[in-house]
Design a protein around this ligand. Structure first.
Ligand SMILES: O=C(O)c1ccccc1NCC(=O)[C@H](O)[C@H](O)COP(=O)(O)O
Length: 215
């Protein structure tokens, strides 16, 4: 079965449509002011009725409060909440209970010990997203940095939740990433952009083609 694919950091309806037509399973929307992919609530409300039906909608947040989550859930009719900060398992459980939505917890990975951290989230999250640790620079974002971790760290891991491989994926390296990691799902943002925050239709199509039919 081909991996499921999340195209993250969408801001324009035409990019969401391209992703859906090309076979994306999830569309990701970032609510983090410092990101070039940040969606204001006004833009989110405008986007809602212009989004394709089919792919599930994921809101991406960094240590959010419930007011932000509530506004974004309503604005985009979200299916999933992705927690991409320093949230605790208890907070993830509270989010699930409050909104009745699925939660993806992003985990920063550099070593195999970071992958083992997955266990802490069993019973609290519905899926995990293994992403590279952000670079140690003041302007680095918690995600969306176009940085990979060694994909082989995931091979043979017994992860008891659905999981995404993320970080530095591109149309050119995704076939190798799937081979090396056996990932059941993939997440990409920078690798389908022409500039930070600007999605490229050609790259979205190329990524989905390569991800859904690796050689
Ligand atoms: O993409 C962002 O700008 C972002 C900002 C703050 C927190 C999370 C963010 N992205 C989350 C994602 O799921 C990205 O798709 C993931 O980190 C992979 O990004 P990339 O390496 O650019 O493909």
């Amino acid at each position: 079965m081909p991996p499921r694919v999340k195209i993250c950091g969408l801001k324009r309806p035409e990019d969401a449509l391209t992703a859906a037509r090309a076979g994306a399973d999830y569309l990701g929307f970032v609510f983090f002011e410092r990101s070039p992919r940040h969606l204001t609530m006004t833009d989110a409300v405008r986007l809602r009725d212009r989004l394709p039906h089919g792919p599930e909608r994921v809101g991406v947040f960094v240590d959010p409060d419930f007011a932000l989550l509530s506004a974004a859930v309503d604005a985009l009719d979200l299916d999933w909440i992705q927690l991409h900060g320093d949230e605790t398992p208890k907070f993830a459980s509270l989010v699930r209970a409050r909104f009745g939505l699925n939660v993806i917890k992003a985990l920063p990975v550099a070593t195999v010990a970071d992958v083992a951290d997955a266990r802490r989230w069993y019973g609290h999250a519905d899926a995990l997203l293994f992403d590279a640790k952000p670079p140690a620079t003041p302007d680095a974002l918690p995600g969306g940095n176009a940085v990979s971790f060694p994909w082989e760290l995931m091979k043979g891991q017994d992860i008891a939740l659905p999981w995404f491989l993320a970080g530095g994926l591109t149309p050119d390296n995704v076939a190798e990433a799937i081979r090396a990691s056996n990932a059941p799902a993939l997440d990409i943002s920078s690798g389908v952009e022409s500039a930070p925050g600007e999605k490229s239709a050609e790259k979205i199509e190329a990524f989905l083609k390569a991800a859904k039919s690796p050689i």
